[in-house]
Design a protein. Structure first.
Length: 130
């Protein structure tokens, strides 16, 4: 009976530890590029795509490369593992999730916020009286 209790306690402790570390890994904070450089942790940087700088997909490495400006107007090269996100050209804002490595932001994921076709519709309704 004593062995079963110890084994049961050990299994519960392992599951709690795994759950705690999985939760901590999923908790990704927003930052700007300066904070991302200093923290060396995975973070999310919100900003805008710089359209006049190089944007390309490298088929050899399967990476999408572009430049982004964060909310403090700090520019950085972003390299995303994978293809260009959907609606990238129409995006108002971009959120890159990753970390700074070797002087650039190495993104695991890039999310785009596109203009909504419903934005401003409330004002139009007021003006037309509909």
């Amino acid at each position: 009976m004593n062995k079963k209790f110890i084994i049961g306690f050990f299994i519960i402790a392992v599951f709690l530890a795994v759950g705690f570390f999985a939760f901590m890994d999923s908790k990704i904070e927003y930052a700007n590029f300066q904070t991302a450089v200093q923290s060396h942790k995975t973070c999310q940087v919100k900003g805008a795509w710089i359209k006049d700088k190089e944007t390309r997909f490298d088929a050899n490495t399967n990476q999408f490369i572009f430049y982004m400006k964060d909310e403090n107007n700090t520019e950085m090269k972003v390299i995303l593992d994978g293809a260009k996100p959907n609606n990238f050209e129409m995006a108002e804002n971009v959120v890159a999730k990753g970390k700074v490595k070797d002087g650039y932001f190495h993104a695991k994921e890039v999310l785009t916020k596109c203009p909504s076709k419903y934005e401003g519709q409330g004002e139009d309704v007021k003006k037309t009286g509909i």
